[in-house]
Design a protein around this ligand. Structure first.
Ligand code: AHG
Ligand code: MN
Ligand code: MN
Length: 338
């Protein structure tokens, strides 16, 4: 590997030197990366390796079918983080309650919350899936972390990121000083810097939404999507529709190319009155990344990062991506709810 190649470890050290910050955070990030490499290896062999694909036959707190890889990834991130003595509590999309650390492990100052496997409905059809994580400083004192440590607004994030398990394995993260993307070089098993200082274009030409829900959207949302599909929008021609069904993959493409992702509120499905996506595990970490890259994330009515969570598994409408596009959506949405 020549010296122009920047490994993730070196990037973390450079960030620490440049912006200060404690080795603790770097230790947490390194463990997340370790677990991600293990999950990536399993995803790469999914379909070949017995018993890692398919459903467990259980449903999770979200009321969704739990895939075996969901459980595997969840356990991997928990075990990678619970013994390093930097974390006081965790929360996962896959666990109904707080994840407290085993008594014998020392506790630390940080809180880690994650969606261990995003897009899991795509697991057995070889479509990109990912992991999303957010890291906070604890607000409580005492040994174990408590619920209050997890119910912090996204504007308190200390760092966040995601990994995409696809044709290549990408890691994108920020600690508040911009966004950088890394690709896993399988020949050496190291993440190397591939997308330095990512900035999302202020306006895109792509929209990502599950239009199967069109009948369940509020009028403002339907009007907005119809507007994007017309020649009357700001780019003078219809936006392209791109929807993978894995949030991390749809978000990552829009982050690099520009565009808007929408999972709006749903007025018909009692399970999704405020949309499907989870504030703590999906919306907040990606909103943090989007804003660090010059984009924006909103419910249509308020900034995602300013929402004070009141439940671990709270769902929110998520409108995220190029800033001008998201702000334009807000104009349409506000017509619904003046
Ligand atoms: P998860 O697999 O963690 O439950 O997340 C799935 C989410 C997200 O990845 C994606 O954007 C969305 O579900 C797709 O939902 P629809 O199938 O309703 O469009
Ligand atoms: Mn998810
Ligand atoms: Mn998930």
């Amino acid at each position: 590997m020549n010296d122009k190649v920047i490994s993730l470890d070196r990037h973390i050290i450079d960030e620490q030197r440049r912006y200060g910050g404690r080795g603790d955070f770097s230790a947490i990030l390194s463990q997340i990366i370790f677990a991600a490499k293990i999950v990536a290896a399993q995803v790469a062999h999914a379909g070949l390796v017995e018993d890692i694909l398919g459903r467990t036959g259980n449903t999770n707190v979200q009321g969704e079918e739990v895939q075996k890889l969901d459980v595997y990834a969840n356990n991997m991130f928990i075990s990678a983080l619970n013994y390093i003595g930097k974390v006081c509590v965790m929360a996962s999309e896959e666990d109904p309650d707080l994840i407290l650390l085993p008594k014998e492990h020392p506790k630390g100052e940080y809180v880690v919350m994650f969606d261990p496997l995003d897009g899991s409905s795509n697991v057995d059809v070889n479509v990109s899936i990912g992991t999303i994580f957010g890291i906070y400083k604890r607000v409580s004192d005492g040994e174990d972390g408590i619920l209050e440590d997890c119910l912090q607004p996204g504007n308190q994030l200390f760092g966040a990121g995601y990994i995409i398990y696809s044709s290549s394995v990408n890691l994108v993260y920020s600690t508040g000083n911009g966004v950088n993307g890394f690709s896993l070089d399988p020949s050496v098993g190291e993440f190397v810097l591939s997308n330095p200082n990512i900035k999302i274009p202020p306006r895109g030409k792509i929209y990502s939404a599950n239009e199967g829900n069109y009948a369940y959207w509020k009028a403002g949302t339907r009007e907005y999507i119809d507007y994007l599909k017309s020649e009357g929008n700001k780019i003078g021609k219809p936006y392209s529709s791109r929807y993978i069904g894995s949030l991390v993959a749809d978000f990552h493409r829009n982050l690099l190319k520009g565009g808007i992702f929408l999972y709006p509120e749903d007025i018909k499905d009692p399970k999704k009155p405020t949309g499907k996506l989870r504030l703590l595990y999906e919306a907040n970490p990606l909103a943090y990344i989007a804003e660090q890259a010059g984009g924006y994330a909103s419910t249509g009515y308020e900034r995602i990062l300013d929402i004070k969570p009141d439940k671990l598994h709270q769902r929110v409408p998520l409108i995220i991506g190029s800033k001008e596009d998201v702000l334009e959506y807000e104009e349409f949405a506000r017509k619904n709810n003046p």
